[in-house]
Design a protein around this ligand. Structure first.
Ligand code: ADP
Length: 262
């Protein structure tokens, strides 16, 4: 709870006196607990796909006894689990690399319109595969002073989620525009939406809304924690407007670096 934890140390001072050193270690303990939780979570998340793969590998020890359709399913599931683990490890490495960067490393002018257009270009194949109608509204002259890798990760993860959770043949709207004195990046989808009770927890590492948790495939629950981290670097934070069956809008606001008049 809110109780503080104090560590006391006693040292001889003079023949008749003791020196008492008291240290508030509440914060230290909290960090230790977070680190332990994190290691436990990572282990747990990796265990699930490994267990699935082990099960199939045992089955495949005698491949001739396995019906062909089972064989196909086994290989398919193992591929998915493997991809999921790979994604998880990549994202954990991204998080750890980002945490290692101090606030002012790699701070330069980032031309957001270029960055967003590149991200869209990269994601074009999966946008097309899902039959999404893309509405792109990206202002040219608004840049940001910041870390390009982090801004790219923030935009890319948000757009990827909108594609992943969006409705088949639905709409996807991506904007980068001035809103008052701020520049706003926004991604809107017409997917399942998110109930209010989940919203405050979305950026926790490994947090997934219940129904997604159960699916063997699906994501890692790390994407939005990367977004959160990337935005903190820019003194910005992730905002969400969503309701069940109403789609979602994920956005963040950031102080623009300079405005170029067109
Ligand atoms: P994941 O790898 O599971 O997508 P994220 O950290 O990116 O992990 O997202 C956490 C959870 O938030 C997801 O599991 C999903 O339940 C929910 N979520 C994220 N983006 C959307 C979205 N655009 N629409 C609906 N739910 C979303």
């Amino acid at each position: 709870g809110d109780q503080r934890e104090i560590e006391m140390r006693f040292m001889p001072y003079t023949d008749t006196q003791l020196l008492v050193i008291a240290r508030d270690i509440t914060q230290l303990r909290k960090l230790e607990r977070l680190r332990k939780d994190f290691v436990a979570n990572v282990s747990h998340e990796l265990k699930t796909p490994l267990t699935v793969m082990n099960g199939y590998l045992e089955l495949l020890e005698e491949p001739l006894n396995v019906p062909p359709e089972m064989l196909t399913k086994a290989l398919h599931d193992m591929t998915l689990q493997n991809q999921r683990m790979q994604k998880m490890v990549e994202q954990l490495l991204t998080l750890s690399r980002m945490e290692g960067q101090s606030q002012d490393t790699f701070t330069r002018k980032v031309v957001m319109s270029e960055l967003i257009n590149q991200v869209i270009q990269e994601l074009q194949p999966i946008i097309a595969a899902k039959g999404l109608a893309l509405q792109l509204d990206v202002a040219d002259g608004i840049s940001v002073l910041g870390n390009e890798e982090k801004l790219r990760a923030a935009c890319s993860n948000l757009i990827t989620n909108a594609i992943k959770y969006g409705k088949e043949n639905g709409h996807l709207r991506v904007t980068w525009l001035l809103v008052g004195q701020f520049a706003e990046f926004s991604v809107e989808d017409d997917g399942p939406g998110i109930a209010a009770e989940h919203v405050p927890r979305l950026t926790e590492r490994f947090y997934r809304v219940e129904k997604d948790r159960n699916s063997a495939t699906g994501g890692t629950g790390l994407g939005l924690s990367i977004v959160k981290h990337a935005l903190e670097h820019h003194r910005s934070y992730l905002q969400v407007e969503s309701a069940p069956n109403q789609g979602s809008r994920f956005f963040f606001r950031i102080v623009p670096e300079l405005l170029v008049s067109e």
